[in-house]
Write a protein that binds this ligand. Structure first.
Ligand SMILES: Cc1cc2nc3c(=O)[nH]c(=O)nc-3n(C[C@H](O)[C@H](O)[C@H](O)COP(=O)(O)OP(=O)(O)OC[C@H]3O[C@@H](n4cnc5c(N)ncnc54)[C@H](O)[C@@H]3O)c2cc1C
Ligand code: SF4
Length: 330
């Protein structure tokens, strides 16, 4: 076991001062991902800055219909909050579909966004992996990749982002707020995760030493009729092999507003903007939903053992949008 320092912080300025003073410092949220990776030698921080006592543990319902969610809110608190369930039900469902009750009691919003991929080569330090050890190669491309990416990947890395919560946040245009020693900043979730390209080890647009302070969700009336559907290899306590966050508003048989994001298909939550574009102003029926899925998935580049995800995602789009359209018509 490598030695590392541990410091509990109680205010944001103290946290960013510590994070800025040591390039090897990392925030400790619930520790449900970071500590596992430290045990396996994948993460080797020199200092853990325990953020759980920071005053970032509130969910504020904004008067305009949006929400502000503090970075240390636990996954359990997020899923149980009445305004989350009322305004963004897909977000509550997404969080509840992840991990277990005990883990959700510990895991934080900031940590969930920054959890690392579950690619088996990444967590096995005896194997090469461009994300863990830049330039060492990507054995997943020619090896075990049945749950790897079909969209937006590169020959340098085909890993998927494991967060369920992030998929729903992506559908609803979340913005990530952070703080560094230079002051506050924010970045839309759509730009938060960097393209894979040749640098899969560079995962987010957060500046060095940044503390995530919270997430803002803008008002989205369509989100009140939203759903998260997750497909996994066993009924609970498993990561997605494909998932969807969807919201739909139909007026007089025509799609007035729609949100779609996919999970477990890319290195980031995948906002399905091509599908959304193809649906707006058109009929709300199964043919249109299938055509929208095809428009999005035409960019898919499956590997030899994960082509099933294209069919899976197409079926998910049609099934979930059909359910939402039928409920909207009642
Ligand atoms: C068995 C198991 C099953 C799981 N299943 C699922 C699942 O189905 N779906 C799913 O989405 N997740 C799942 N998870 C993952 C779980 O949701 C994450 O481990 C958890 O959300 C991470 O939150 P944390 O607070 O514990 O993060 P930590 O482990 O404390 O930290 C994770 C990363 O975030 C950084 N970090 C934490 N907080 C901040 C902050 N405020 N600012 C900057 N950086 C920060 C840390 O430095 C670290 O790099 C599972 C985990 C386990 C162990
Ligand atoms: S897919 Fe990415 S994380 Fe997995 S082995 Fe390849 S480079 Fe590493």
């Amino acid at each position: 076991m490598r030695e590392f320092g541990y410091q509990r912080v109680f205010d944001v300025s103290g946290a960013v001062a510590l994070l800025g003073s040591d390039p090897g410092a990392r925030c400790l949220g619930g520790g449900t991902n970071l500590v596992d990776l430290m045990k396996g030698g994948v993460e080797r921080p020199s200092l853990l800055v325990d953020v759980r006592e920071l005053p970032l543990d509130r969910i504020e319902a904004r008067g305009d219909g949006g929400l502000r969610i503090g970075a240390t809110v636990t996954n359990s608190e997020l899923a149980a909050h009445p305004e989350v369930r009322r305004r963004y039900p897909a977000l509550a469902q997404a969080v509840l579909s992840g991990a277990s009750g005990q883990l959700r009691n510990m895991a934080t919003v900031g940590g969930n966004l920054l959890q690392r991929t579950r690619c088996g080569y990444f967590t096995d330090t005896s194997k090469p992996c461009n994300k863990r050890d830049p330039g060492s190669g990507c054995p997943a491309v020619g090896g075990e990749h049945h749950n790897h990416a079909i969209l937006g990947a590169s020959a340098h890395c085909v890993a998927v982002h494991p967060s369920d919560m992030g998929v729903a946040l992506s559908a609803f245009d979340a913005v990530v707020a952070y703080e560094t020693a230079d002051g506050p900043g924010e970045v839309p979730l759509a730009e938060f995760y960097l393209p894979v390209g040749e640098t899969p080890h560079r995962e987010t647009a957060l500046p060095p030493g940044a503390l995530i302070t919270g997430i803002a969700l803008p008002p989205a009336p369509v989100a009140a009729r939203s759903r998260y559907r997750k497909v996994r290899e066993r009924a609970s306590y498993a990561f997605a092999i494909g998932s969807i966050a969807a919201a739909l508003e139909v007026r007089d048989g025509v799609v007035h507003d729609v949100r779609l994001a996919f999970g477990a298909v890319a290195s980031r939550p995948w906002r399905a903007r091509e599908a959304e574009r193809s649906l707006i102003g058109g009929p709300a029926n199964a043919d249109a939903f299938a055509a929208a899925a095809d428009a999005e998935l035409s960019a898919a580049e499956p590997l030899p053992h994960n082509g099933y995800k294209v069919t899976l995602m197409r079926n998910l789009v049609v099934a979930v949008l059909t359910e939402l359209a039928e409920e909207d018509a009642r």
